[in-house]
Ligand binder design. Structure first.
Ligand code: PHE
Length: 356
């Protein structure tokens, strides 16, 4: 049978003919691609009239079933093809009309993407690392949750030392109360012990990281802050090496015209110990508000490693010597960039952070 003959026979059939005519009219009237979709649903969808009719074919007596099947399936494939053709035509028209209506205005300025920046503290840490890497140091890291042993005991810090007190140190409750000696490190110095425990001398390392102290936040205090620890152990390391190293560091960090001074101090793990100041860049050393009229800014603590510390890690204090230092990263950033309040570093205000 030719297509024409099939179509004639369908038209003559009371049920198929009705569907055929209805579908032809619906197709003719469909004005856009969504109308095409609803025609498809009306006739071929799960509850569509043609689907229902095709479902019914298997109920028919044998002799009618073949003829109905052939005509029904032809009607179905005709409708599918027609929907496809008309749908394509309408979609093309719709695309053309949107393209002609929505012209691109290439004179509009583009939307600029804001630049991200690295956090000021990360940049300072990187700068410090670069200066010491340039002197042959290696960068190492240690845990922020520490044992009392590494944070205090092996650093020659006796039970009675004020920095051990509950009011300065955050202690960590461990499940089951198994350990009462777990804490958030109050300084990066425990990394000294960890490195020496696992590495024989000579040793030239720095260790940047976070430290925690039970301080009330104000312009110069934050319960979480950053330090960079330094440790050099070798044969014949002297206080002169420490001074030369830190002076080089201060000039690279703050400017060649700066000078450095050492003030005697006490740390349990260094002997002798010093606090180190750099000359004030704001007033050039004559005295101002930032340096509180002294002409000097304190930037770090340092000293020669105490022989007791070497004993703890199994180094021979007769054979080697060393120096250590620890600097506050926020403090260096405050001084270098004139940021008036340490809390700005942690407020995540892009108006401040985006400047650097
Ligand atoms: N850990 C000391 C502090 O936090 C600084 C320091 C480090 C001093 C190494 C001497 C040697 O204040």
């Amino acid at each position: 049978m030719t297509e024409d003959e099939l179509r004639e026979e369908i038209s003559a059939d009371p049920e198929l003919g009705t569907i055929y005519r209805e579908a032809s009219i619906a197709l003719e009237n469909a004005a856009d691609s969504s109308a095409i979709e609803s025609v498809r649903v009306d006739f071929l969808g799960r509850k569509g009239s043609l689907s229902a009719l095709l479902q019914g074919i298997k109920e028919l007596p044998q002799d009618e079933r073949r003829r109905a099947g052939r005509l029904g399936n032809y009607l179905k494939s005709w409708l599918e093809r027609s929907l496809e053709e008309k749908g394509n035509k309408l979609r093309r028209q719709e695309l053309e009309s949107t393209l002609s209506q929505q012209r691109l205005d290439i004179t509009l300025p583009g939307r600029s993407m804001p630049y991200g920046t690295r956090h000021l503290l990360s940049r300072i840490i990187e700068e410090i690392e670069d200066i010491f890497i340039g002197m042959g140091y290696r960068v190492v890291e240690g845990p922020e949750v520490e044992l009392d042993y590494y944070n205090f005991e092996a650093l020659n810090t006796p039970e009675w030392h004020p920095s051990k007190s509950l009011s300065d140190t955050f202690y960590v409750d461990m499940p089951g109360g198994e350990y009462d000696d777990v804490l958030l490190r109050t300084q990066t110095s425990p990394v000294q012990i960890r490195v020496m425990e696992t590495t024989p001398p000579p040793l030239y390392v720095i260790s940047p990281g976070k430290a925690y102290r039970h301080d009330v936040p104000d312009a110069t205090h934050s319960p979480m802050f950053h330090q960079v620890e330094g440790l050099a152990v070798d044969e014949d390391i002297t206080l002169g090496d420490l001074k030369g190293t830190l002076e080089h560091f201060a000039k690279r960090m703050f400017g060649e015209d700066r000078s450095v001074r050492f003030r005697p101090h006490f740390f349990p793990f260094t002997e002798p110990s010093a606090e180190v100041d750099v000359s004030c860049n704001i007033c050039g050393g004559t005295g101002c508000r930032v340096c509180k009229g002294t002409g000097w800014l304190e930037i770090l603590g340092a000293g020669m490693v105490d022989p007791n510390v070497f004993e703890y890690v199994g180094y021979d204090p007769e054979a080697i010597s060393g120096f250590a230092f620890g600097m506050g990263v926020e403090r260096i950033a405050l001084l270098k960039y004139g940021v008036p309040d340490i809390r700005y570093f942690f407020d995540n205000d892009l108006r401040l952070l985006g400047q650097y």
